[in-house]
Design a protein around this ligand. Structure first.
Ligand SMILES: *Cc1c(COP(=O)(O)O)cnc(C)c1O
Length: 348
């Protein structure tokens, strides 16, 4: 049979693209003379490349950073391939060939990757220099390797480990990057992520690479109040029931009614990124009313208290995702809160 159209999803992610564009413009204004790019890896931090990338392009972004080659096909309908980079670089000849075919630039991270890139025909690329995060990147001592010197480097970059903190590591990495850059022939230099932008003009170089703050994260205390929420998850009520005193809810009967309650079963669970730890003390919202979570979070469902609240089956409830606030309450990072949002959200 041919598959009929899929019915409307019971989970949706509303994306405020005006807020996203405003966040980019704020970060651009804080980036001084540097151009401002956008990290859009992990499906634009869970927000959806299809919504985020056109809005960022319209705002003025011209550099888009992905982590995996598998993320490339989703972005190319919206931007020219020369604007796109893959941070993981090239692991093998297959990835190098894919880079050549698409025109997306790899970020070369090691002498081995540099040789692999040259062996696949080479061409323009970016270069990651490790100034102390010890994750990906060429060590400054290896920059004189002939495989590195032979590269046609568009942007030489490094990544800050502690930009969200007032840490001595920031100045150390800045100094290491400045001295490393003197040994590399690159057309542009780039160091700052979201938090790094707030460390001052010394950190801006030619291009900044914000991610989390675009999507509503307060990456550095200095941006508090300046960054707007972008992602608003909403989940449908799939059943409403009346509970009598003594009725328990959910696995292991962890919550028991001590009086009559009206309870709504909602189509969101830990498979959608509403993790078990968000249950106790957590709540959904409906038109200003708080709807506390009752019992354990299931894979596909939670139950919330709608006593005295006008809610009916089919209504969509708001899942709070003010990143700084939910992060403080849950102990999850602002990054995790966004990127755990699952595949069942309608992001169209
Ligand atoms: C993810 C990433 C960014 C963006 O970082 P945020 O902290 O989200 O602003 C920038 N540069 C590199 C290399 C990254 O991996």
């Amino acid at each position: 049979m041919t598959m009929p159209d899929t019915p409307a999803a019971s989970l949706r992610l509303r994306v405020d693209t005006d807020a996203l564009a405003a966040n980019w413009r704020y970060l651009d204004s804080q980036s001084g003379a540097a151009a401002t790019g956008a990290a859009v890896k992990a499906n634009a931090y869970g927000v959806g490349v299809n919504r985020a990338v056109p809005a960022l392009l319209a705002a003025g972004a011209r550099h888009f950073f992905l982590a995996h080659w598998s993320e490339v096909p989703a972005i190319l309908p919206y931007v020219e391939s020369s604007m796109v980079s893959v941070l993981h670089g090239v692991r093998n000849a297959e990835e190098a060939a894919f880079a050549k075919e698409t025109g997306v630039l790899p970020v070369i991270n090691s002498v081995r990757q540099a040789a692999l890139w040259a062996g696949s025909g080479g061409g323009p690329c970016h270069l990651m220099i490790d100034t102390g995060i010890n994750r990906l990147g060429v060590r400054p001592g290896d920059l004189s390797d002939p495989a590195i010197s032979a590269l046609d480097v568009s942007i030489a970059m490094s990544h800050l480990a502690s930009a969200d903190e007032d840490s001595a590591q920031n100045a150390k990495q800045l100094a290491a990057f400045q001295s490393a850059a003197a040994h590399v022939e690159a057309r542009h230099l780039s160091l700052a992520n979201s938090a790094g932008i707030m460390l001052g003009s010394n950190y801006h170089f030619d291009l900044t690479r914000p991610g989390i703050a675009l999507y509503g994260g307060t990456a550095h205390p200095a941006m508090a109040g300046k960054i707007a929420q972008v992602a608003y998850p909403e989940a449908a009520v799939i059943q409403i029931r009346e509970l009598s005193p003594g009725d328990s809810v959910g696995y292991n009967a962890l919550w028991t009614a001590d009086k009559p309650y009206r309870a709504a079963t909602v189509s969101i669970g830990y498979a959608d990124g509403f993790l078990r730890m968000m249950g106790p003390g957590g709540a959904l919202h409906h038109r200003g009313a708080q709807l506390p979570v009752l019992g354990k979070v299931s894979m596909d469902m939670i139950v919330v208290d709608v006593s005295g609240v006008e809610v009916k089956e089919g209504d969509f409830l708001s899942v709070p995702l003010d990143l700084p606030a939910v992060s403080a309450r849950s102990g999850l990072s602002q990054y995790e809160l966004l990127t755990v949002l699952g595949h069942r959200f309608d992001r169209s």
